[in-house]
Design a protein around this ligand. Sequence first.
Ligand SMILES: [Zn+2]
Length: 252
Amino acid sequence: MKKFILIMLVILAGCNVSDPVQPEPVKGTYRFVEKTEGNLSLVDDAMRVLVYEQFIRDYKLSKDPHYFYRSVTILINKEFALPKDFVPKDLVKADMPLSPRSNYPYMRKDAHDALKAMFEVALDEGFELWFHSGYRSYASQKLLYENYVVRYGQVQADIFSAKPGHSEHQSGLAIDITAPSSEGPFSVFFGDSAEGKWVAKHAHEFGFIVRYPKDKTEITGYMYEPWHLRYVGVELATQLYTSGKVMEELDN
Ligand SMILES: [Zn+2]
């Protein structure tokens, strides 16, 4: 009996020091090698296995259960979610013009700095943009989504709002923007405004994509949201812009 207990203890102790759980959201995380300062380099098929193995090693070394979720190219949608306790490490407060009813004024630093640069260039060219809503925690998204479900029913809510864990806003890489000329945030007319057109044309130069385009509702599951930008880095943003694809259409 004593021997049995001893064996059990060894087994249980083994559980505690086991490797981190199997890497989860592989999709979108190892298509690109992340170099310094958020620069990305495309990975070809032959390299992908090597890159993936390196990612696994880095993941284990990092001892960060959320290592993969911090990739700027991560795919978050109705199928792939962030963990309930995922919080970005490098959130900064928006240092740029805010909309009058702006809320959640935080973003991850790289995304924030890229957005600030975009706002400044836009303004130079005569287009004034406002920051409306950035990082939202799992709990905030849960509250928001549940309120929408009560108000509009789940079918409607699912077209324009994400279930908790499934919102890109939790990553700290998504932003809702607006413009003084718009009738307020979350207006589809933003897409037809001079500012919205400028954003659609130039966002990729700063690493952003219009994440839910007009003609991709069937693929993304979301209505057209010309105001919702997602930071993915300049290389991927440019690839998506020139190919006309959404993240779901990338093979990875
Ligand atoms: Zn949004």
